[in-house]
Design a protein around this ligand. Structure first.
Ligand code: SAM
Ligand code: 2KA
Ligand code: SF4
Ligand code: MG
Length: 220
């Protein structure tokens, strides 16, 4: 059984796949925060910009089998879904690795999906993910030692990008932290974080900047 908060089609806004059309499959629940505002101050991860509680969002729900969920996601893909088109699904959340298993991956692949995953890296990932993005949170133990992109939200108190030097990745990205709330304050926080991230990249050119493009162009 898979519990999905919401699903929607947009452009991947972050990381090396930014700009690519994808169906986002947002899994319910996270192991680093309950998702309730009253618990934010005591959560392990306190800056989350996402509502992942329950299954009541647009195109959300409870899916009994992998095929049922994949049919639902495929129905949101705007093209034909042919192998040439390489339809993409981004499994995110919440923490998708609490639920994503080999059977679901296999079902996505049967339907020609390129499967990307956004994870906090604290849980083991099943084999066969096509694009694995690990975004470590300060103070957590990272189990995933190898990924496609390491995408640090920056700056985080108590975290130094060098803490992750031993994780193997095709690219190392700093993604400026924005405030969880929408509006003017979010932009101010984001602008300050962006300046800091740029400064860090310039001094440590192993790292590159990744901006949350979707927030800038006003898409989901
Ligand atoms: C909501 S998380 C869900 C996936 C997974 N739990 C994780 O943390 O990677 C999706 C992405 O948004 C990033 N993110 C969350 N809150 C953010 C914020 N306030 N500013 C910038 N990025 C943020 C996360 O680091 C992650 O890369
Ligand atoms: N456009 C867009 N790109 C994204 N990349 C990662 C996201 C996420 O919430 O995991 C996200 C998101 O929420 N929207
Ligand atoms: S950013 Fe990821 S790890 Fe942090 S609370 Fe949100 S969903 Fe969980
Ligand atoms: Mg998001």
């Amino acid at each position: 059984m898979y519990r999905i908060k919401e699903a929607f089609t947009t452009l991947q806004g972050e990381g090396l796949q930014a700009g690519r059309v994808a169906v986002f499959c947002r899994f319910s629940k996270c192991n680093l925060w309950t998702g309730r505002e009253k618990d934010r101050a005591t959560a392990v991860c306190q800056f989350c910009d996402t509502d992942f509680v329950g299954t009541d969002g647009p195109n959300g729900g409870v899916f009994e089998t992998p095929e049922e969920l994949v049919d639902h996601i495929a129905s949101l893909w705007p093209g034909s879904g042919s192998i040439e088109e390489s339809p993409m699904v981004v499994c995110t959340g919440g923490e998708p690795l609490l639920q994503l298993d080999g059977a679901l991956l296999e079902a996505f692949h049967q339907r020609h999906f390129f499967v990307a995953v956004e994870t906090n890296g604290t849980l083991d990932a099943p084999d066969g993910i096509d694009w694995l993005c690990v975004s470590p949170k300060a103070g957590t133990g990272i189990r995933i030692r190898r990924c496609d992109e390491l995408k640090l939200v920056y700056p985080q108190q108590g975290q130094d990008p060098a803490d992750y030097d031993d994780i193997e990745a095709r690219a190392r990205l700093l993604s400026p932290m924005s405030s969880p709330d929408a509006g003017a304050e979010r932009d101010l926080v984001r602008d300050a974080s962006t300046r800091e991230a740029i400064r860090y990249c310039m001094a440590h050119p192993r790292w590159r900047l990744s901006v949350q493009m979707h927030k800038m162009v006003g898409i989901e």
